[in-house]
Design a protein around this ligand. Structure first.
Ligand SMILES: Nc1ncnc2c1ncn2[C@@H]1O[C@H](COP(=O)(O)OP(=O)(O)OP(=O)(O)O)[C@@H](O)[C@H]1O
Ligand SMILES: [Mg+2]
Length: 370
């Protein structure tokens, strides 16, 4: 067969040893192998791919290019169309966002006639209306809160002054009533005169408690924190509450953890807080009842609980125990637990009250050891 290869291509082939070459002739394909011989001569092998195989290959190639080109055109067309149709809504959305950001009320998108985006535009406009309403509500809430805060500040300053102004005369009254009572007693008075003097004394004491309690609540004092062993605080408080418990034959049992880690807090404030809780437990207990004060370690927390087996509280009453002046006791101020909660939280702790009516109450304080 005829050799279609020129000399240049032969030189390349000799070096390579074996090569493939395909030439297209009138839609046919010819594959050629050139094999170098021992003495420089060449053996050349042709394989002609005749139609239909070559023809089909040719058609496929054309089809491939046509489809490729068509797809590319379609992509370009769609991209152009896309940018044209999407650019406008995107710009509008951006404007809406800016309006929201700058709190420019009244901004609305112009809804295009009969376009597929019209519904989306309307939705954005509805969202803008909702946002404006929320914004107005928030603004008036902030204004109301500020006004309320100012009013509260005035009231609390007034109450502060009032409490101080009442405290001093009360103190003087107390001393004078005490002196009077002592003098009356010396004169061997009638029973009813002594009774009136005692009522005066008791009511004055109550007033003093209320005023002092209020002052403690509004001005609990900055905690003087130090490394504290809560077991020692518990022992002191049990001793302090001892007489009150013994009067009604209530047993206060201490179950203290052997190696309780120290916590950083104000021991005097904790003593006050724990005393409030223990006295409440005594008040709630039945005569001859039992109160258990427990301390324990749980991970990086130290816990103290006061558990009584007294009258307990209903769920509704339990919700009210931290309300200022909530009391069910004759002569109670209703300040004990609010002050306790304040003190515990000021010292980085948490306070929890659990209660079941007729079964008893457990008050738990938790502090981190860090
Ligand atoms: N351990 C308890 N068991 C049952 N009820 C309790 C207990 N502790 C508190 N309460 C209820 O919560 C109320 C509020 O307690 P809080 O200590 O704040 O005030 P108070 O004891 O009434 O008066 P005070 O100011 O003298 O402490 C009590 O009146 C009582 O009804
Ligand atoms: Mg109390």
């Amino acid at each position: 067969p005829e050799n279609p290869l020129n000399d240049d291509s032969l030189a390349v082939r000799q070096e390579a040893g074996i090569m493939l070459f395909a030439a297209e002739e009138l839609g046919n394909y010819r594959a050629t192998w050139a094999l170098p011989g021992d003495r420089g001569e060449r053996a050349v092998l042709f394989i002609d791919l005749q139609k239909p195989i070559a023809g089909d290959l040719h058609d496929l190639t054309i089809k491939f290019y046509l489809i490729g080109f068509g797809a590319a055109l379609a992509v370009i067309f769609l991209a152009l169309l896309g940018t044209r149709t999407l650019k406008r809504p995107l710009r509008q959305v951006e404007e809406a966002m800016t309006a929201i950001d700058r709190r420019r009320h009244g901004f609305r998108l112009k809804v295009p006639e009969g376009q597929e985006f019209a519904e989306a535009y309307r939705k954005v406009n509805r969202a803008l209306v909702r946002l404006e309403q929320l914004d107005s509500v928030q603004r008036s809430a902030v204004q109301r809160r500020n006004a309320l805060a100012n009013e509260l500040k005035t009231i609390s300053r007034f109450l502060d002054v009032l409490a101080h102004e009442i405290k001093n005369p009360l103190h003087a009254l107390g001393i004078n009533v005490d002196v009077l009572k002592t003098k009356i007693q010396r004169e061997k008075p009638r029973a009813d005169i002594l009774k009136h003097a005692k009522i005066l004394e008791r009511e004055l004491e109550h007033l003093q408690e209320v005023v002092q309690g209020f002052l403690n609540f509004v001005r609990p004092g900055v905690p003087q924190k130090e490394r504290t062993q809560l077991n020692s605080v518990v022992r002191e408080v049990i001793q302090l509450a001892g007489p009150e418990a013994q009067k009604r034959k209530i047993k206060v049992e201490a179950r203290l953890a052997k190696s309780l880690r120290h916590v950083t807090l104000d021991p005097r404030q904790m003593q006050q807080a724990l005393h409030n809780v223990l006295i409440n437990a005594v008040h709630a207990s039945y005569d001859g009842g039992k109160i258990v004060v427990r301390t324990w370690q749980k991970g990086n927390r130290v816990l103290v609980s006061v558990k009584d087996e007294g009258m307990g509280m209903s769920k509704a009453d339990l919700k009210k125990v931290f309300e200022l002046y909530y009391t069910t006791k004759k002569g109670g101020t209703g300040l004990g637990l609010p002050i306790t909660k304040r003190l515990v939280e000021a010292n980085g702790g948490e306070l929890q009250v659990e209660s079941a009516q007729g079964k008893g109450t457990t008050v738990t304080m938790m502090f981190r050891t860090r």
